[in-house]
Design a protein around this ligand. Structure first.
Ligand SMILES: NC(=O)c1ccc[n+]([C@@H]2O[C@H](COP(=O)([O-])OP(=O)(O)OC[C@H]3O[C@@H](n4cnc5c(N)ncnc54)[C@H](OP(=O)(O)O)[C@@H]3O)[C@@H](O)[C@H]2O)c1
Length: 385
C-alpha cells in the first residue's frame, strides 16, 4: 500500500517535489501525492492531477501519512505544521522562516506525538548540512559554525568584485536568474542568512537566541573605486554568517567581511554556499554546494522523504541550553570603512588604505553615530592588511 502524501504549495518548490516523485519510479511505487493545498486551485485546470488540488482546509489530513510543506511564510504554515504533528503525521518542510520561528515548539510537538519534523531543504537545500551536523553532534560538541549562507548575495558580490559588473546591474542579473526576490532586502540585509544560521545554532549550540542579539549589517552598493582597490589587493568581499561559542556565550553575526586568498571561503563564488564548523578538538570541517532553486530544493525535500521511507529520520535531541546567545554589538572588530576623514575621529583610525579607513578594533556600538555617513563598511577577516 502506497503512503499518502499531502503537499502544501505548488510553486517553485512544491511543483519540483511533485515532478521529482513522478519521475522517480522507486518513489512513485511507494508514495502518492493525494492532495495538494494551494491558494488558487482553479489555475491548475488542465493538469492531469487537477483533482488533487484544493484550497479547502477541511479534511486536509484525512488518510494522510506524511505532509510536505512548501507554502512559505509563517501563516498558515505554522498552524498546518502544528496540526499535522499533533495528529502524529510526520512533516517535511522547506520553510526556514517558520522553522526558525518555531524550532523548539515543532521539535517538542514531534517528540510528544512520536513523529518527526525534517527540514534539510530549509537550510541550503543541496548541502546535506542538517544530517551531517546531526552525525557530528554524536561525536562531540561544536564550538563554531560559519559560512556563506545566501547564494543570491554571493552571486551579486562575485559578479561585482570578480567580473567588474556594476552593483545595480549584478542585482538585475541575479533577479533575472531567479536567485533574488524583487525586493532583495532579506538577502542583502542578512535576514535570510540569519534564519539559516539561527536554525543551525539552535540545532547545535543553544535555542536561547533573541534575533536582536544577532549583529547584522547590510551589503551596500560597492563603488568602482572600492572594487578596484579590492582587486589590486586580491581581496574579496563575502557575506559571512557565524556563530561562535565563547565560554557560556554564543555570538552571532551576519556581516560583509573582507577576505584574503588564504581563507577557505575565498573561492566560493556565484550562487554557491559553504558551511564550516569546528568541533571540540579544534578540527574544522566544511560542506559546499548550491543552496536554492527548484531542483536543489526539491532534492533536499526528497532526501528527507527517502530517509523517512527508510525509517531513519534524524531527530535532534542534543543541545546545550546552558549556553545563551549574547549581543555582538560590543565585540571589538576591525572595520574597513569608506567615510570622509573629517567626519571620523582620528583615535579610531589604524591606517588609511587607498580611499578607505582601517579602524582599530572597535565595537559596532561605537560606530553607530557615524553609520549614516559611512558609504561602505565591512569587517576585516584577517590579521595583517
Ligand atoms: N524557491 C527556492 O529556491 C527555495 C529554496 C529553499 C527554500 N524555499 C522555501 O520553500 C518554500 C516555498 O517557496 P516557493 O519558492 O516554492 O514559493 P512560491 O513559488 O511562492 O509558492 C508558494 C505556493 O504556496 C501556495 N500558497 C501560498 N500561500 C498560501 C495559502 N495561504 N494557502 C494555500 N496555499 C498557499 C501558493 O499557491 P498558489 O500557487 O495557488 O498561489 C504556491 O503554490 C518557502 O518557505 C521558501 O522559503 C524556497
Amino acid at each position: 500500500m502506497k503512503k499518502h502524501i499531502l503537499l502544501l504549495g505548488y510553486g517553485t518548490v512544491g511543483s519540483g517535489v511533485y515532478e521529482h516523485i513522478q519521475a522517480d519510479q522507486t518513489l512513485s511505487d511507494r508514495v502518492e501525492v493525494v492532495r495538494i493545498f494551494v491558494k488558487h486551485p482553479e489555475s491548475r485546470v488542465g493538469l492531469p492531477h487537477f483533482g488533487c488540488f484544493t484550497k479547502d482546509p477541511d479534511g486536509l489530513f484525512d488518510g494522510i501519512d506524511l505532509m510536505i510543506e512548501a507554502i512559505g511564510g509563517t501563516d498558515p504554515a505554522t498552524s498546518l505544521i502544528e496540526q499535522a504533528l499533533r495528529r502524529g503525521i510526520p512533516v517535511i518542510t522547506a520553510n526556514k522562516e517558520v522553522m526558525n520561528a518555531h524550532f523548539e515548539t515543532f521539535l517538542s510537538l514531534a517528540s510528544l506525538h512520536q513523529t518527526h519534523i525534517l527540514y534539510e531543504a530549509a537550510v541550503m537545500a543541496e548541502i546535506p548540512i542538517i544530517k551531517t551536523l546531526h552525525e557530528a553532534l554524536k561525536h562531540g560538541r561544536l564550538t563554531e559554525i560559519s559560512g556563506i549562507m545566501n547564494g543570491a548575495t554571493n552571486f551579486v558580490l562575485s559578479k561585482t568584485m570578480n567580473e567588474g559588473i556594476a552593483f545595480e546591474q549584478a542585482l538585475a542579473i541575479a533577479f533575472d536568474n531567479g536567485y533574488l526576490e524583487a525586493d532583495p532586502t532579506d538577502d542583502l540585509f542578512g535576514l535570510d542568512a540569519m534564519r539559516k544560521l539561527s536554525i543551525l545554532t539552535k540545532m547545535t549550540l543553544t535555542t536561547k537566541i533573541d534575533p536582536k542579539d544577532i549583529l547584522r549589517i547590510k551589503v551596500n552598493v560597492i563603488s568602482e573605486e572600492t572594487r578596484a582597490l579590492f582587486n589590486e589587493r586580491h581581496w574579496v568581499l563575502k557575506q559571512v554568517a557565524e556563530a561562535t561559542k565563547v565560554e557560556e556565550d554564543v555570538r552571532l553575526q551576519v556581516l560583509p567581511v573582507v577576505l584574503k586568498a588564504d581563507h577557505p571561503f575565498y573561492g566560493v563564488d556565484d550562487e554557491n554556499n559553504i558551511v564550516s564548523w569546528k568541533d571540540d578538538k579544534g578540527v574544522t570541517h566544511a560542506l559546499q554546494g548550491k543552496g536554492a532553486g527548484k531542483i536543489p530544493t526539491a532534492k533536499g525535500v526528497i532526501s528527507d522523504l527517502k530517509r523517512w521511507l527508510e525509517g531513519i529520520p534524524y531527530q535532534i535531541d542534543i543541545r546545550y541550553d546552558h549556553l545563551k546567545a549574547t549581543s555582538s554589538d560590543h565585540l571589538l572588530i576591525r572595520w574597513l570603512i569608506d567615510i570622509s576623514w573629517v567626519l571620523f575621529p582620528k583615535a579610531y583610525v589604524n591606517q588609511s588604505i587607498g580611499h578607505l579607513i582601517l579602524t582599530h578594533p572597535m565595537s559596532f556600538h561605537e560606530l553607530t553615530p557615524y553609520l549614516d555617513r559611512i558609504r561602505f563598511i565591512a569587517k576585516v577577516g584577517f590579521d595583517h592588511a
